[in-house]
Design a protein around this ligand. Structure first.
Ligand code: PBG
Length: 333
């Protein structure tokens, strides 16, 4: 839509940029703490804070430290955190049984945070990769990532997480039929109010590299994820995936990665008008942090600008490793 405009000099578009006050009046989008979901990495052990080299500023936290992090996030006003477990290689199997163990690390963390910080929303990740001996999101048989058997495993994983107290489940596996299967099981088991934030349009991206280090999946992964994650060349296909997941019972949808896929975010919001999220993934975070550490970019400024771009693209919120830092920045200016 093009607004009517008198010719220059009757129209001078710089007029509305002349001072902070006027710029404030015409500002179209704002980033607030309510827009943030903070992904954290957890590991076993006592009182451990273990830096992740490819993600400067991000650590793997043992349970007590994860609870402290959740409390800190809540104090900053961050509405939700998302838990990703680093799994000891000894617990990884071909059938990924640890994924639905009610006492696995992720479920222990959910319970501990729920008990100590009941008001922060807890999001989870549903995919088999942290528990899989071959690093894939699904069960592998004769070289194929099998769909339906994986969905059955993911449903067990979803129920165990809901049972532990998760508020928002995040299926990131890209199998077909998983949203309907999970929603049906959640309803049957009385988990009527557990939300599903589906990673509906998740691309087969090289920007996930540092994350795979963080959860210890890099070494394990054999081959690539191209038979289930999306081709970065496609956009219409993302609309079909979003529509499909909404029709299967997803409450919210996600585009992932974030910055290289802002066009997809905008299309999703315009077309469906549903709660839409983007994941500013590990590689995006690593790029900005690396450049900032070298003094090549102003870290604070690019952090805020990159997150604002998601709001402009139509997102209702962003999963970002910058969440605590940007929350502090928004608070203190
Ligand atoms: C697991 C999962 C991945 C990410 C979130 N969930 C990695 C992958 O699909 O290989 C990536 C997040 C990030 O890079 O920050 N299925």
């Amino acid at each position: 839509m093009q607004s009517p405009m008198a010719p220059y000099p009757m129209t001078r578009l710089r007029r509305t940029r002349k001072s902070p006050a006027v710029r404030g009046l015409v500002r179209e989008n704002t980033l607030t703490v309510d827009d943030l979901i903070w992904p954290i990495f957890v590991r076993d052990g006592d009182d451990v804070v273990e830096p992740i080299p490819s993600m400067p500023g991000v650590n793997r936290l043992s349970i007590s430290r994860a609870v402290e992090a959740a409390a800190m996030a809540h104090d900053l006003g961050i509405p939700a955190i998302c838990i990703f477990p680093y799994t000891d290689p000894s617990k990884k199997t071909e059938l990924c049984e640890e994924a639905w163990n009610p006492e696995n690390l992720s479920n222990q963390v959910i319970r501990a945070i729920k008990a100590a910080v009941p008001d922060i929303a807890i999001m989870t990740d549903i995919a088999l990769d942290p528990y899989n001996a071959n690093g894939h999101d699904g069960i592998v048989r004769d070289g194929e990532i099998v769909n339906d058997e994986t969905v059955a495993a993911l449903v067990k994983m979803a129920l165990a997480q809901a049972e532990a107290g998760a508020d928002i489940l995040g299926p990131s596996d890209m199998m077909d039929g998983r949203i309907a299967a999970m929603r049906t099981a959640l309803e049957a088991e009385g988990h009527h109010n557990v939300c599903i934030l589906s990673y509906s349009a998740k691309y087969a991206s090289a920007f996930y590299g540092p994350f795979r280090d963080a959860v210890g999946a890099s070494g394990a992964l054999k081959g690539d994820k191209n038979t289930y994650q999306m081709d970065p060349a496609n956009s219409d296909e993302a609309m079909r995936l979003i529509q499909r997941d909404l029709m299967e019972g997803a409450d919210m949808v996600m585009v992932k990665p974030g910055m290289p896929y802002l066009d997809i975010c905008r299309r999703v919001k315009d077309r469906f008008g549903v709660p839409t999220y983007a994941y500013q993934v590990s590689g995006e975070y690593a790029m900005l942090q690396a450049a900032a550490q070298n003094g090549w970019l102003d870290g604070q400024k690019v952090m805020v600008e990159s997150l604002l771009s998601f709001k402009r693209a139509g997102c209702d919120g962003i999963l970002t490793y910058f969440a605590p830092e940007v929350a502090k920045h928004l608070k203190n200016g």
